[in-house]
Design a protein around this ligand. Structure first.
Ligand code: 6LW
Length: 491
């Protein structure tokens, strides 16, 4: 099946995948950092097509992101099914929450209130149970501690286990499995950048002693010209038919040199075979790029679909689809896109090229005039936007400390169709060519598109902005009330 995999199976900012199977059903969860709700969770029956069924941390009592910087917050979950319940352990790297554990009988939710784990050190916690029912929690570094999953109490002190290839940096993302006669400890090493890789060791018990696989790293794309780079942070799953698979993160850098990735770290699927008791990762990067499926959100439902993300919090007073039925109403809190508290609702950019349209009403007709529009956000210091206010549309750019108005155009009052096109560069004629161009404009009633500005995409890439996330595209209100009739994402 490997030549049929259309990778990435979860395009866009979906890093640190963790997977488990129950019968014929697979579930997968990812990191979410400063975005609320946290930890998107997906379902599949074929490992190729994934549907988001919810978000694990979807209420403030589970997820505190106050004060979380961009690329802070929620790191690297592990999802497991044990004793009739789904367990998800994860780190909140900000707000003092630390490691926490939630459980559910239905992975679509509701998930429990968090059990706090003050005795679990570090990041990237894993869960594994031995034959006696003892739960072993392994964390980056790599060390291990026994855990009572009901109370959150740890038993004993953390013990260093196997820490990967001597000299390799950042041994992290550990997952411990009982497979056949061995316990296997899978880790990522080399850092989550171009040097990333996956290594494994095995031993007779959950605590080792562990012997490194002679073929380590069992997966890396470092110093290759593979279009998928930074491959690492993996998890293993056995399919119902007995075959083995790995989910992992990778990026697709675009442009010339050194390459810029703009969609964040994405989830890939790779086939795994076993030779002499060691896993061997097969080819997985073939396959055509996935074209964006047309998606319109009409904002007809009271609730927002699970893919919508807010920055750090989603207050009831910030948004409603009830005030003007069929429209999303956003009410600014006085914070602009330059601040971490902006009223913004976005979805991941999942395709190198895509088109976004929204009908925005900045409301000069009904006395609630506002300022807001459509934004591409990497973080609060790196974003471009096209925004409407009474009688005017402007394009703005924020790149690090620089903030500028790129274009301004007078428009008639009333709703206006704002558009953003991301156009990936496929021909690289110059080593300095960036990954894409982002085009901003207004669409007229007959579908004609008036371009107001074209901006370089590299400044909204992870290589420029830093951190762990990817682009999120969405609507925002910077002042007053702004309403949106629909949000289209298509090719
Ligand atoms: C995560 C670490 C990593 O905790 O990046 O790629 C960190 N791997 O394991 C943030 O996603």
């Amino acid at each position: 099946m490997s030549d049929m995999i259309t990778n990435p199976v979860l395009p866009g900012f979906h890093p640190d995948p963790s997977i488990c199977r129950v019968g014929e059903d697979y579930y997968l969860a990812c990191s979410s950092f400063e975005y609320f709700p946290g930890v998107p969770i997906f379902h599949s029956t074929d490992l190729l097509t994934w549907t988001q069924i919810g978000n694990v941390l979807d209420r403030p009592s589970q997820l505190r992101l106050a004060g979380a910087a961009s690329s802070g917050g929620i790191y690297a979950p592990t999802l497991r099914y044990h004793g009739g319940r789904f367990h998800l352990i994860v780190t909140n790297a900000s707000s003092g929450q630390g490691n926490l554990l939630v459980t559910a009988t239905d992975p679509a939710g509701p998930w429990s209130e968090p059990v706090m784990l003050p005795g679990v050190p570090g990041i990237d916690p894993d869960l594994a149970w031995d034959e006696d029912g003892t739960c072993w929690c392994t964390v980056a570094g790599v060390s291990q501690i026994r855990l009572d999953t009901t109370t959150g109490e740890t038993l004993g002190e953390p013990v260093r286990t196997w820490s990967g290839t001597p000299g390799a940096k950042a041994p992290e993302a550990p997952h411990l499995y009982r497979i056949g006669e061995y316990w296997y400890l899978l880790i990522a090493e080399g850092g989550t950048e171009r040097g990333h890789g996956v290594s494994i060791a095995r031993g007779p018990s959950p605590t080792g002693p562990f012997e490194a696989c002679p073929a380590n790293p069992i997966l890396t794309h470092r110093s290759t010209d593979d279009p998928v780079q930074n491959t690492g942070h993996a998890d293993l799953v056995q399919a119902a038919d007995g075959a083995w698979w790995m989910v992992l993160l990778g990026v697709r850098p675009g442009g010339g040199t050194p390459g810029w990735h703009v969609l964040g770290r994405e989830t890939f699927l790779a086939p795994v075979s076993w030779v002499d008791g060691w896993p061997v990762v097969g080819e997985f990067t073939s396959g055509p790029a996935v074209a964006p499926a047309p998606v319109r959100d009409d904002f007809d439902d009271r609730e927002l679909a699970p893919q919508w993300l807010s920055v750090r919090q989603r207050l009831d007073e910030d948004w409603t689809t009830g005030e003007r039925p069929g429209w999303l109403t956003l009410r600014a809190r006085g914070a602009s896109l330059d601040e971490p508290d902006v009223v913004f609702l976005g979805r991941r950019q999942q395709h190198p090229s895509c088109r976004i349209r929204t009908l925005a009403d900045a409301g000069d007709g009904d006395g609630v005039g506002g300022v807001g529009g459509l934004a591409v956000r990497l973080d609060e210091r790196h974003h471009y936007e096209i925004e409407a206010s009474a009688g005017q549309v402007r394009v703005l750019a924020r790149i690090g400390p620089l903030r500028t108005v790129v274009a301004a155009e007078a428009v008639a009052g009333g709703p206006v169709v704002l558009g953003i096109d991301a156009v990936a560069h496929t021909e690289i004629q110059d080593p300095r060519t960036g990954p894409d161009t982002i085009v901003f404009g207004i669409e007229g009633p007959d579908g004609d598109f008036t371009v107001l500005a074209e901006l370089e995409g590299r400044y909204l890439s992870t290589e420029v902005a830093g951190g762990f996330t990817g682009r999120v595209i969405g609507v925002y209100a910077a002042s007053g009330v702004v309403r949106f009739d629909y949000f289209d994402y298509f090719d």
